[in-house]
Design a protein around this ligand. Structure first.
Ligand SMILES: Cc1cc2nc3c(=O)[nH]c(=O)nc-3n(C[C@H](O)[C@H](O)[C@H](O)COP(=O)(O)O)c2cc1C
Length: 230
């Protein structure tokens, strides 16, 4: 009986050691090889640095930001990079879009932007301009929409919205995908401008539709952008 138990424990120990060895030299138990990829090194590459530095920044200093920074983040989000339409890919913008429909619109709640009155605006990518929608007190409006006090220290808040008049021409799920592209481009460009941002999924869509006075939109997500606290 004692001999049987010793044999069992020896077998178990050897098995355990073999598995440990395989894990140490990274042979997967399925027998398929694992190929290690080259490590990502932080260097002077702006994109790698921006990706590493991006994080949800919720502590804003409350300082105004230059209009140039607003222009850069909006352009990165869904701006026009080329006016000549490529007949194959429709590649005119900073983000890809299914069939070149570009169903996403970006509304700007300006709180503290130099040379731009507080208010609500729509970004017009084709003109690289802002269309004024309302000059009402955005701070008050935002606290009703988001229930998050920290946004009041942001310099601006974007509403990333699906323009529903474009929905009949496309698979609707692509609109959500494209909203994600806009969010990512804005957050990376914000880092490049020395700004912080965070995504806000918790908001009142009915209030946004009311404030923007637009029936034919579906708000997808909000983003607060501003100077981070030092
Ligand atoms: C769709 C979406 C909705 C989010 N909603 C909120 C939100 O309402 N409030 C908030 O403080 N953070 C929100 N976040 C931010 C996440 O909490 C944050 O991205 C996550 O913790 C990962 O941290 P990181 O962005 O710093 O990598 C949201 C993020 C996403 C992608």
């Amino acid at each position: 009986m004692g001999f049987q138990r010793t044999k069992f424990f020896s077998f178990f120990l050897i098995f355990f050691l073999v598995v440990l060895l395989m894990m140490m030299i990274q042979i997967p138990l399925s027998g398929k090889e694992i190929i290690n990829l080259p490590q990502i090194e932080q260097n002077d590459n702006d994109l790698i640095s921006a990706i590493i530095s991006r994080k949800a920044e919720r502590q804003f200093s409350g300082e105004p930001i230059p209009m140039e920074d607003l222009a850069k983040v909006l352009w990165a989000g869904c701006g026009i990079k080329r006016t000549q339409v490529d007949s194959i890919s429709h590649a005119t913008r900073t983000i890809p879009s299914a069939m070149g429909i570009y169903p996403i619109g970006v509304y700007v709640f300006s709180l503290r932007v130099n040379d731009l009155s507080p208010g609500i605006y729509l970004y017009l990518p084709e003109k690289h301009a802002l269309q004024e929608i309302s000059g009402e007190d955005v701070t008050e409006t935002l606290s009703k929409i988001t229930n998050q006090r920290v946004v009041q220290n942001a310099s601006l808040v974007f509403v990333i919205a699906f323009h529903l008049e474009k929905s009949s021409r496309m698979n609707e799920k692509f609109a959500y995908l494209e909203a994600g592209e806009v969010v990512q481009n804005i957050s990376l460009m914000a880092v490049d401008c020395g700004l912080g941002s965070y995504v806000i999924g918790s908001y009142r869509p009915d209030r946004i539709i009311e404030v923007l006075n637009q029936e034919n939109i579906e708000p997808i997500v909000l983003m607060a952008v501003g100077k981070p606290l030092p």
